[in-house]
Design a protein around this ligand. Structure first.
Ligand code: ADP
Ligand code: MG
Length: 543
C-alpha cells in the first residue's frame, strides 16, 4: 500500500478512473450475461453509474448497477492484492523503476481497486450479486492490513443489484468531494465509458415571484386621510435543487463519423482501452458495407511486442451491436501473426450470444477477418510511405518479425506482406532496403534476387561468394536473422524474380563469374603485354 501511495502521490486522482472502469467492467459483464439470461435484469433494466458527493463530510459514493459480487467473490477479488489490477501495476512499477520510465507511465497504467486508498482513510464496498440473496459490505481502513465483511442490514442501504463504493476521504483530499471536481475528472478520464455516468449536481432555475413593495404613502385628492397603498412587484429569484446529471458522452467513438473525430480522441481512446501509455504509430477507422457490415478502428502501437507466439494477446475487442462480447480470440477474427495490431470491431450481423464455435464456423467472421487484414495492411503500408523514414524503421524494429511470420503462415497475403519486408544489403550501409528498392536497382541483365545468410552483418559482408557479385555490381541481400531466409523461401519470388542463395554450389552465376573473371584477367595481362590488337576479338566475344 505504501508503495502505491508514494509512487502515485502526484497522480492520486487516477482513483476515479480506476473505480469507474471497474464499475464499467461490472456492467459489461452483466450486459453480456443477460443476453442469454434475461432474468439477470429483473431487478432493474438500467445499466448506469452514479456518483454522489458529500462535500461537508468528505464522502464520495460510486454506485453501479452491474454484476455485483457474492460473499466469496468479495473475498477473492478484494481480499487479496495478488489477483487484482493492483498486482500488475506493482509488477510494472518495479520493472519500470529499474528502467527509469517517466511517471506518465504510472498515470496511464491500470492501478486497480486499491487506488481508492490513495485518497481515502476508509473504503466500504456494499454489493449485491444476482446470484445471492444477501447484500454484503466489505470494509477496510488504509492504516490497517485487514478487512471485514458483514451482511448489509440497514434497509435504507439496500440496492437491487450492483455495487456501491463509499470513500471516506482523507483530511487533505476532501476537495475531491466537490461535484464540479468530480465532473471535471470524469471528462478527463472516462469519456469512453459506454454506460451513462450520472453525477449528483446542484442545479438552479430562475423564477419570477411577486413581492410586496415598500408601502408608500400616497396622497389622495381632497382632504381625506392619506391612504396607505401596498403595491405588488415581481422579482427574479434562483431556486436551488439537486438532481442527477449525465456527465459523459456514451456514443462509442467508432460509431462517429471519422471526419469528426480528432487524432487526440483516437489516441486517447486507444490508450484508455488498451492500457497503453504511448500514442499509437498509426490508426485506421472504417466502416464496411455490403455483404457484411461492421465498424472498426485499428491501431499500430508504438511499443515493442516481444513474444510472437503469445496467444493470449487480447488485441481485438469484438462488440455486437455495441455490446462487448470478447477479446479472447485465437486467430478466428484476426491472424495471429498480426496480433501486434490492436483494435475494436463492432458488428450488427453476428448473434449476441456468439461463441467460439460460432466464430470458427461463421462465414460472416471469415469475411470480416479478410477485410480487417486488408485494412491492417493498408495502415502499415501507410506508415511505410510516410515522408519520415524513421517511422517505418521504428515499426520494422518492433514488428518486423511478425511480418516474417506472416510469410510462413499466410500465403494468401504474400502480395501484401512482401513489399513491407526490409533487409540489409551489400550496397547500403547498415540501412534497410525494401524488395522494391532492390528490384529498381537491378542490372538490366540480372535475372534473380540474390541473397546470402550469415550470423552477423560483418560475417555476411565478408562471405567469399559476395565478392564476385560485388564485382559485377549486383546487389545482394544480407540475411542475418534466421527468419529472413525462411520468409524468402516461403515467398519464392518477388515481381517474377526468384530468390537465389549465392552460397549454393549450383549457382550458375558462379560459373559465369569464374570464367568471365578468368578471361578478363588474361585479357588485362595481354593488354599489359601489348597484345591489344589481337585481344580485341576475344574481348568482344566475351562481353
Ligand atoms: P482488475 O479490474 O484489473 O481486475 P481491480 O483491482 O480493479 O483489478 O479489481 C479487482 C476485482 O474486483 C475485479 O476484477 C472485480 O472482480 C472486482 N470488482 C472491483 N470493482 C467491482 C465492481 N464495481 N463490481 C463488481 N466487481 C468489482
Ligand atoms: Mg480494475
Amino acid at each position: 500500500m505504501d508503495l502505491i501511495v508514494h509512487s502515485l502521490y502526484s497522480n492520486k486522482e487516477v482513483f476515479l478512473r480506476e473505480l469507474v472502469s471497474n464499475a464499467s467492467d461490472a456492467l459489461d459483464k452483466l450486459r453480456y450475461l443477460s443476453v442469454t439470461d434475461p432474468d439477470l435484469l429483473k431487478d432493474g433494466p438500467e445499466l448506469d453509474i452514479r456518483i454522489q458527493t458529500d462535500k461537508d463530510n468528505g464522502i464520495i459514493t460510486i454506485t453501479d448497477s452491474g454484476i455485483g459480487m457474492t460473499r466469496q467473490e468479495l473475498v477473492d477479488s478484494l481480499g487479496t492484492i495478488a489477483s487484482s489490477g493492483t498486482a500488475k501495476f506493482l509488477k510494472t512499477l518495479k520493472e519500470s523503476q529499474e528502467a527509469n520510465v517517466d511517471s506518465n507511465l504510472i498515470g496511464q497504467f491500470g492501478v486497480g481497486f486499491y487506488s481508492a486508498f490513495l485518497v481515502s482513510d476508509k473504503v466500504a464496498v456494499s454489493t449485491k450479486s444476482p446470484k445471492s440473496e444477501q447484500q454484503y459490505v466489505w470494509e477496510a481502513e488504509a492504516e490497517s492490513n485487514s478487512y471485514t465483511i458483514r451482511e448489509e442490514t440497514d434497509p435504507e442501504k439496500l440496492i437491487p443489484r450492483g455495487t456501491r463504493l463509499t470513500l471516506y476521504l482523507k483530511r487533505d483530499d476532501k476537495g475531491f468531494a466537490h461535484p464540479e471536481r468530480i465532473q471535471k475528472l470524469l471528462k478527463n478520464y472516462s469519456q469512453f465509458v459506454s454506460f451513462p455516468i450520472y453525477t449528483w449536481q446542484e442545479k438552479g432555475f430562475t423564477k419570477e415571484v411577486e413581492v410586496d413593495e415598500d408601502p408608500a404613502e400616497v396622497k389622495t385628492e381632497g382632504d381625506g386621510e392619506p391612504k396607505k397603498e401596498v403595491k405588488k412587484k415581481t422579482k427574479t429569484v434562483v431556486e436551488k435543487y439537486w438532481d442527477w446529471e449525465l456527465t459523459n458522452e456514451t456514443q462509442p467513438i467508432w460509431l462517429r463519423t471519422p471526419k469528426e473525430v480528432s487524432t487526440e480522441e483516437y489516441n486517447e481512446f486507444y490508450k484508455k482501452t488498451f492500457n497503453e501509455y504511448l500514442d499509437p504509430l498509426a490508426s485506421s477507422h472504417f466502416t464496411t458495407e455490403g455483404e457484411v457490415e461492421f465498424r472498426s478502428i485499428l491501431y499500430v502501437p508504438a511499443t515493442k511486442k516481444e513474444d510472437i507466439t503469445d496467444r493470449k494477446t487480447k488485441n481485438i475487442r469484438l462488440y455486437v451491436k455495441r455490446v462487448f462480447i470478447s477479446d479472447d480470440f485465437d486467430g478466428e477474427l484476426f491472424p495471429r501473426y498480426l496480433s501486434f495490431v490492436k483494435g475494436v470491431v463492432d458488428s450488427n450481423d453476428l448473434p449476441l450470444n456468439v461463441s467460439r464455435e460460432i466464430l470458427q464456423e461463421s462465414r460472416i467472421v471469415r469475411i470480416m477477418r479478410k477485410r480487417l487484414v486488408r485494412k491492417a495492411f493498408d495502415m502499415i503500408l501507410g506508415i511505410s510511405c510516410s515522408e519520415n523514414r524513421d517511422d517505418y524503421e521504428a515499426f520494422w524494429e518492433n514488428y518486423g518479425k511478425f511480418l516474417k511470420l506472416g510469410c510462413m503462415e499466410d500465403k494468401e497475403n504474400h502480395k501484401r506482406i512482401a513489399p513491407l519486408l526490409r533487409f540489409f544489403s551489400s550496397q547500403s550501409n547498415e540501412e534497410l532496403i525494401s524488395l522494391d528498392e532492390y528490384v529498381e536497382s537491378m542490372k538490366p541483365e540480372q535475372k534473380a534476387i540474390y541473397y546470402i545468410a550469415g550470423d552477423s552483418l560483418s560475417s555476411a559482408k565478408n562471405a567469399p561468394f559476395l565478392e564476385k557479385l560485388n564485382e559485377m555490381g549486383y546487389e545482394v541481400l544480407l540475411l542475418i536473422d534466421p527468419m529472413d531466409e525462411v520468409s524468402l523461401t516461403n515467398l519464392n519470388s518477388y515481381k517474377d524474380k526468384s530468390f537465389v542463395d549465392i552460397s549454393k554450389e549450383d549457382l550458375d552465376l558462379g560459373m559465369h563469374v569464374n570464367i568471365r573473371t578468368l578471361f578478363l584477367n588474361i585479357l588485362l595481362l595481354l593488354t599489359e603485354l601489348n597484345f591489344e590488337n589481337r585481344s580485341c576479338g576475344a574481348y568482344s566475344i566475351l562481353m
